[in-house]
Design a protein around this ligand. Structure first.
Ligand code: HEM
Ligand code: HEM
Length: 168
């Protein structure tokens, strides 16, 4: 009997189909619009809230106040969202990118950054007192670096697609 596939492959990874025509229900290496927006909003949320807390607490050294409390609460909430985003990327984007041998270096860098942020966040809660300062600064420095690494990854990935398309 003939097998019927229920998966719509609407976007060929090497094609230059405009984003507006992409399936709303799923995508290949390119993310569907809703997915891409979720990645942007979730990553901005966790990064900006973490940065606000850092600026208020460490740079301005303000006395504990409601702004600090709320930025940390929002950061905690954003960190759950960022972790889900990481999982959602792992399902398809990451595997396809790897198999197609595209954008591997910045992709691995991004996975390392996300993993290190999650690990150091875990250690902030459950690590020993002695390691707290190291863990904290590692989290903050990698967090600040992530402001550059995700946009760079997207830029390099899109540039590699443009090259692939023009070569065909
Ligand atoms: C996957 C991404 C991230 C996750 C899962 C994550 C998770 C967490 C968690 C769970 C905490 C502890 C919150 C608390 O004590 O209530 C924390 C603290 C913090 N995070 Fe993040 N974070 C992420 C990204 C970032 C980024 C991008 C920055 C940018 C600077 C950042 C800066 C901070 C700062 C400054 C703290 C407070 C550290 C302290 O003094 O205890 N984080 N993060
Ligand atoms: C935490 C892990 C990762 C995140 C959050 C992430 C996120 C993104 C996002 C948002 C885009 C833009 C997609 C679009 O325009 O629809 C992108 C592009 C891309 N990524 Fe990733 N990525 C990750 C890991 C990886 C890995 C591991 C690889 C490869 C081994 C990879 C390969 C690519 C490629 C090839 C593109 C360009 C797609 C194109 O425009 O043709 N990514 N990534």
């Amino acid at each position: 009997m003939k097998q019927v596939s229920h998966i719509k492959h609407t976007t060929h990874p090497k094609s230059n189909i405009p984003r507006a025509k992409k399936s709303a229900s799923g995508s290949g290496i390119l993310l569907a619009n809703w997915h891409l927006k979720t990645v942007y909003i979730g990553c901005l949320w966790v990064s900006v809230s973490g940065l606000l807390w850092f600026v208020s607490h460490d740079i301005l050294q303000a006395e504990p106040n409601d702004f600090q409390r709320w930025s940390l609460i929002l950061h905690g909430a954003g960190s759950f969202i960022a972790t889900m985003i990481f999982g959602s990327i792992a399902v398809q984007h990451l595997i396809m990118g790897w198999k197609m041998q595209r954008n591997r270096i910045s992709g691995i860098t991004l996975i390392s950054v996300f993993s290190a942020l999650i690990l150091t966040a875990f250690l902030l809660y459950y690590g020993s007192e002695e390691m707290h300062d190291y863990v904290r600064w590692t989290h903050i420095i990698i967090g600040i670096l992530s402001f550059v690494i995700l946009p760079l990854h997207i830029y390099l990935g899109r540039r590699s697609r443009a090259k692939t398309v023009s070569a065909h």
